[in-house]
Write a protein that binds this ligand. Structure first.
Ligand code: SF4
Ligand code: SF4
Length: 298
């Protein structure tokens, strides 16, 4: 019997989340609250509608179909929204958009199946991302079991903050596992993400039991985790605890700020910055000097 789950987006023809051409499934809900998160719609598992003020032409069609009589600027009345999606269906500008949907796993599989030829010819497949890909273990297990049996290559991107016992079988089906180290200092990790890093570091060490290729990523946030000491400590940890893993350093970007506006959530961290390309290369050199090969999927 199929199961249902919350997703933010099914993104076909993705080329940044593993080898070849892939569909990336962005699964909603995340136990972390990284202050730089670019996907705030994925914080919780609940259907959500966004309103992109900059796209809106004020035609009022959304208000005519809304069963809750919510106005064009929905943010002051957001608690009344039942996420029926009628406004998103009718909006001529895509200014109202369904940002999180509750979908059947068999629907997800059928959508992926439409592009299977691209995936098989390119050496691609399916990547589970988020939000947090491990936050709906039964949904993930159903999807990975069925897609694995159909012969799809499966990858996963995770924060690393999960109960290993609940997702062990899903991880066994992966060809590639991406996992993050956001900071090696537990106090700074707690401050910037809302959770301690102990579970994450333990799960990274536990990846040695899986046959998949492993890539440990650092989302490099200027002013947060971009100092030599932290980069070196992260690489040393991976070298000691997950031999053979590669590392990928990804520079901070601000593309997600528009989503905070669409959801009526304040973004209070204008001081984060993107390290320069030269500085990014310096940090990759530090990683390599610790005996770790660097990867580049972006
Ligand atoms: S239907 Fe779309 S474009 Fe028209 S007022 Fe509503 S949000 Fe704006
Ligand atoms: S999703 Fe439904 S309830 Fe919410 S604003 Fe749109 S039409 Fe109204």
């Amino acid at each position: 019997m199929s199961v249902k789950g919350y997703i933010m987006q099914l993104q076909p023809f993705s080329v940044n989340d593993g080898d070849g051409i892939r569909t990336t499934i962005f699964m909603a809900g995340c136990p972390l609250r990284c202050k730089w998160c670019s996907n705030p719609e994925g914080f919780t598992r609940a259907e959500k509608i966004g309103w992109y003020k900059r796209k809106c032409i004020g035609c009022g069609m959304c208000t005519e179909v809304c069963p809750e009589n919510i106005g064009i600027d929905m943010n002051p009345e957001r608690e009344k929204c039942i996420a029926c999606g009628k406004c998103a269906d009718i909006c001529p500008q895509n200014a109202r958009m369904q940002l999180v949907s509750y979908v059947d796993a068999d629907y997800v599989i059928s959508e992926i199946h439409k592009h299977r030829l691209f995936y098989s010819y390119s050496g691609g497949g399916v990547t589970f991302s988020g939000g947090e890909a491990t936050g709906q273990p039964e949904f993930l297990d159903y999807l990975t079991e069925n897609l694995y049996e159909m012969g799809y290559s499966l990858d996963i991107e995770s924060s690393g903050y999960f109960d290993m016992d609940k997702v062990y079988r899903s991880l066994e089906r992966m060809d590639l596992i991406f996992m993050d180290i956001k900071h090696m200092d537990p106090c700074k990790h707690l401050y910037y993400t809302g959770v301690d890093n102990a579970v994450i570091l333990e799960n990274i060490s536990g990846l040695k039991h899986f046959a998949a290729e492993k890539v440990i990523r650092i989302p490099v946030i200027g002013g947060v985790n971009d100092d030599d000491e932290n980069i070196r400590a992260s690489a040393a940890f991976v070298h000691e605890n997950l031999p053979g893993a590669k590392m990928e350093l990804l520079p901070y970007h601000r593309f997600g700020i528009v989503k905070y506006e669409a959801l009526g959530i304040p973004y209070d961290h204008p001081d984060f910055f993107t390290p320069s390309p030269a500085r990014m290369e310096e940090m990759r050199e530090i990683v390599r000097s610790e005996g770790i090969e660097t990867a580049d999927f972006r």
